[in-house]
Write a protein that binds this ligand. Structure first.
Ligand code: IVH
Length: 701
């Protein structure tokens, strides 16, 4: 392999040199892409290739004006660089403490007075603003030019999404004269509700990924490796806070917002200065009432002390400012009829009951299905087909059935009988002692499990094959075109010989078929952690996959160790169990997976088709949606002990509490749960099954 000659440091380049360098990089990277993808004759190592792409990105971040139309960072179908470069925030990006009722807000005002030693008569002005349900970003301007944009990440370090942010029409790229030399503006990138619905319609029509809510859609659209994809998504933003600045810009938050507006940043038109507790509570009630009419999702109101000198004095406690608080809206509820209960079979065979509802709008979103979690939950709430039920939707969580309106129960109603056979393959469905889920025993013969495994394999966090939606996977499976993951990589070959090529089929055309084959081709290179995650081994989510990739380095080493670990006395078993985050139960599933001859065949075929790359440096975990949330575990968990559950949740930045209160965000309900689950229900706190929790906890890791 050839070496890449050392080149001048990015910081040392002047504009002319940078332009020449970008031209050279565009040509060079294209040449290596060609050598690698088409000729199968790479000249440089993967690490050197990645270094070229990173250098290209770094120069573009410094000289955004010089980004070329043929830049490798813009090209569709180019080999993806694994993830984004990291950006350290000069001023940390904080989160906010929560207030759940008027008392909490009154406490907030009392704390401000106490802290600043104010008299009862001294006015405390706060600015109240809707809390936008999107994702926060930091926008850095130097000499009035947008030079870098980053996600929040863990608050100290985020991801460099400059190229993607540049595609937002709402983001000013150049600021008027007179702005400080260094100016960091913070704000929320979001997707309006109408745009979200429209985009989802288009995604669905194209067989592409459909997002659960505007927040997920915004996050997914911004964190695209290809900025062209972001450019096609209707993202916008509100600016609302300050990061590093080289000179003061205002004395109050209100004036700061005013200046932002005059510099061309969109700011929330609802923001209002409130003189006291009564005024903020009135504002809260007003916005809560108008919530459904606002064109974007909000989940509460943020109150910020108006005077910057006071903010400065108050400072921070742990990761949140003392001078601001988020007053959360209650979870939205509605009553509707439960028409029927259907059973879904997941890739690990778990039978999940789903309530099919008379469609109803909850917080601006039409809900027609809600989770019933599992058999015990149905029995505990005595949910029956035909019942009127109260459903609840809170933030990111799947809508849930909270309770039954028993007064409206039809006379002829009968308790729901949970099936003991798989609705898809009719195999026996059994419930292991201590497990909340009943599982289909059909394994490889169960089509539902096979389809779900394939869907998982191509999903965003796994092989991420764009253009291959759930419907297509099922159709390809039923036709026998895609029964094993490796089939994906021979699909194009099959297609050229087929009498009914994809492009001529219903719902497909030359373009969509071509795009699909390109997307598959681009994924022949894949990072080890994604590869492991894609296998869909029970209990192996993204974070466990990362742990394994980091600990074993290559698939060969992993497979070898897990085969040897079948012997519980072996050093390989001891090593496996010693990994922090892998308990005996996960170990058993891992070992079981590699011991199964059919899985071995699937792997062998797959390995022939793809090139697996070692993982990049460990990423910070705290991009997790559970960071900052308060979680209570109750009942017996199947996959781990309470201590481990706690440690893992804490590692993701969650707070684990022993009892349920209105401050609890999630209650994770294991088998035989009792009063805590009931209390959660009474307080309207979201409950999750262990599997739902693991899924949520594995996101963003
Ligand atoms: S101010 C130091 N204002 O809420 C204060 N945050 O829970 C920094 N958010 O990470 C945040 N709307 O993503 C602020 N009007 C608003 C907001 C807002 C939404 C988000 C933001 C932040 C999170 C904290």
């Amino acid at each position: 392999m050839a070496m890449v000659a050392p080149r001048p440091a990015v910081e040392d380049l002047n504009e002319d040199q940078a332009a020449r360098e970008l031209a050279w990089l565009a040509q060079e990277i294209a040449r290596h892409d060609e050598l690698y993808h088409r000729k199968d004759q790479p000249e440089i190592s993967d690490a050197d290739y990645d270094a070229l792409r990173l250098r290209n990105e770094a120069i573009e971040a410094r000289f955004p004006r010089l980004i070329r139309p043929d830049s490798p960072s813009r090209r569709i179908g180019a080999a993806p660089s694994e993830g984004f470069a990291k950006v350290r925030h000069a001023v940390p990006m904080l989160s906010l403490a929560n207030a759940f009722d008027q008392e909490d807000v009154a406490d907030f005002f009392a704390r401000i007075r106490r802290f600043l030693n104010l008299g009862v008569e001294d006015p405390v002005e706060v600015v109240a603003e809707p809390k936008i349900d999107g994702l926060s970003v930091s926008l850095r301007y130097e000499r009035g030019r947008f030079v870098q944009g980053a996600t929040r990440g863990d608050g100290s370090e985020g991801e460099n999404v400059t190229a993607n942010l540049r595609t937002l029409a709402a983001l000013p790229l150049v600021l008027p004269a007179g702005v400080p030399e260094v100016l960091e503006v913070r704000g929320e990138v979001y997707m309006g509700r109408h745009d979200f619905a429209e985009m989802n319609r288009q995604q669905e029509a194209a067989g592409a990924k459909v997002f659960a809510n505007p927040r997920n859609a915004a996050a997914g659209s911004l964190r695209q490796l290809d900025p062209k994809v972001t450019a096609g998504r209707p993202l916008t933003l509100f600016a609302y806070a300050m990061g590093e600045v080289s000179a003061p810009v205002a004395e109050t938050h209100r004036d700061f917002l005013e200046r932002l507006r005059s510099w061309g940043f969109p700011t929330n038109p609802e923001a209002r200065v409130c003189g006291d507790l009564e005024a903020v509570l009135a504002f809260y009630a007003e916005i809560l009432g108008a919530r459904a009419e606002l064109p974007y999702d909000i989940d509460g109101i943020v109150y910020k002390v108006n005077r910057f000198d006071w903010q400065e004095r108050m400072g921070f406690v742990s990761r949140a400012p003392r001078w601001a608080i988020a007053h959360k809206f209650p979870a939205e509820r509605a009553e509707t009829r439960l028409n029927s209960i259907t059973i879904q079979v997941g890739r690990t065979g778990a039978l999940t009951p789903v309530a099919n509802l008379e469609p109803i709008t909850v917080g601006g979103v039409v809900v027609s299905r809600a989770t019933l979690h599992n058999e015990d939950e149905i029995a505990r709430k005595d949910v029956r087909e035909g019942d009127h039920v109260i459903i609840q939707r809170a933030g990111d969580v799947i809508p849930q059935v909270v309770s039954v309106v028993t007064e409206k129960r039809p006379k002829d109603s009968r308790p729901y009988a949970f099936p003991d056979r798989c609705p898809e393959c009719d195999s026996l469905a059994v419930r292991e002692p201590g497990e909340a889920a009943r599982r289909c025993t059909g394994g490889l013969i169960c089509p539902a499990q096979s389809v779900e495994r394939l869907r998982h394999f191509v999903s965003r966090d796994a092989f991420d094959i764009e253009g291959l939606g759930d419907k297509h996977v099922r159709a390809f499976f039923e036709e026998g075109l895609l029964t094993s993951p490796a089939d994906l990589f021979t699909l194009a070959e099959w297609d050229t010989e087929s009498e009914t090529p994809l492009a001529e089929r219903d719902g497909w055309g030359e373009t969509s078929a071509g795009k699909l084959f390109d997307a598959i081709e681009a994924r022949r290179r894949i990072a080890l952690d994604r590869f492991i995650y894609a296998l869909g081994i029970r209990q192996v989510g993204q974070s466990t996959a990362k742990l394994l990739a980091r600990n074993y380095g290559t698939l060969e080493a992993l497979a070898w160790a897990l085969t040897a670990a079948q012997d519980a006395e072996s050093p390989e078993y001891a090593d496996l169990i010693n990994i922090d985050g892998i308990g005996p139960s996960v170990a058993a599933d891992l070992i079981g997976f590699f011991a199964e001859p059919h899985n071995q065949q699937v792997l062998d075929r797959l390995v022939d088709q793809v090139r697996i790359e070692a993982v990049a440096a460990p990423a910070a975990a705290a991009d997790s949606p559970v960071a900052g949330k308060t979680v209570v575990f109750t009942g017996t968990l199947a996959t781990m002990g309470r201590g481990e559950a706690k440690a893992r949740a804490e590692a993701l930045g969650a707070k684990v509490a022993g009892s349920v209160s209105k401050k609890t965000d999630y209650v994770v309900v294991g088998a035989d749960a009792g009063s805590k689950a009931r209390k959660a229900e009474a307080l309207g706190v979201a409950t999750l099954t262990e599997e739902e929790w693991l899924e949520l906890a594995s996101r963003g890791a």
